[in-house]
Design a binder for this molecule. Sequence first.
Ligand SMILES: NC(=O)c1ccc[n+]([C@@H]2O[C@H](COP(=O)([O-])OP(=O)(O)OC[C@H]3O[C@@H](n4cnc5c(N)ncnc54)[C@H](O)[C@@H]3O)[C@@H](O)[C@H]2O)c1
Length: 338
Amino acid sequence: MKDNPMNAANIRIGVVGLGLMGCSIVTCLLMAGHPVVAVAPVSADLQFALKRIRNHLLRSRREKLVQHPPAKFLQHLIITEDYHQLAGAALVVECTLENLDIKKTVYEKIEAVIDQNALLASNTSAIPISILQQQTTHPERFFGLHWAEPSHTTRFLEVICGDKSDISNGEYLYKLSHLWGKEPTLVRKDIRGFITNRIMYAMYREAIWLVEQGYATVEDVDRACRNNAGYWMTLVGVFRWMDLTGVPAYHTVMKDLFPTLNNSTEVPKLIDDIVKKGGKGVANAHGFHSYTAEEAELWEETFTRFSYDIRKLALKYPEDVVKKKLKSKSKKTTKSNT
Ligand SMILES: NC(=O)c1ccc[n+]([C@@H]2O[C@H](COP(=O)([O-])OP(=O)(O)OC[C@H]3O[C@@H](n4cnc5c(N)ncnc54)[C@H](O)[C@@H]3O)[C@@H](O)[C@H]2O)c1
């Protein structure tokens, strides 16, 4: 993968695994202009994949993310069960179940057909990339590409290097992903959970502990999160937030608060009970909150609606928003001086 990433919209990309995330990743890559080969590792994927991808494309057109109708993008898509169609792909993104044995079997099939210098990436949520790349014959070309659902609307992407990854290819993926509408993060050294899951899981653990210990209800914790972090996190991350609101206060609070935070290494009972009873959340109307089937369905629809709305707001505030303002200010000053 030596081309200039900025000329790379026409490179062929493969996606293996066409579940929830595989379909939105395919949509994102098609919208960026790539020809995409989408491989269904289990036949059941074929039942829903095309419909899901078409629906994403239709909705994206309605929301003005793209100008063209789905057919324009779908002509660049091959959906198949045949791994041989991946030959010629410069990058293959694996998006199968979070299970090491399944991923290993899938890598064997992918590596048997792709070019020696093609890159292979996993959308794993939390399996260390250094462990996954041990399952491959060319670990130097293996990376984590951690997307956020729905991949065609979110700016989030972590590019993660394992111990044996060639960093120059990681830098290439980092640059390439700007074409996909991402504000990516390059994780140069592998760590379990990467960046955001380490931060988010610390928060999930504390949230569950507060409920289990009777300090607050699930509803109260959710409301607090929405109206605190939920209010500012689309604009700034935690470090800029501390800068904005005054660093010394955080220093003072840390001294007294840190010793009281939960640091248990066990999976909490609250979530364990839900999972053991088959609870999946909104997907089967059984999670931390209670739902009627109709409410669960409406939550899914509301989340989709919100992901398009928040995207519009987020686009007004890119990472370099202040740099851009300074630039246009200095342009105006130069103009008025001449
Ligand atoms: N759902 C999310 O929000 C999210 C976010 C980030 C990362 N991920 C990661 O993305 C990956 C896929 O997650 P998802 O949410 O799309 O899951 P999903 O359950 O919707 O899809 C999983 C896919 O795995 C494949 N699969 C199932 N059994 C298989 C088998 N025996 N052999 C080969 N393939 C098989 C199928 O193609 C299926 O569509 C996981 O590694 C997950 O951790 C998910």
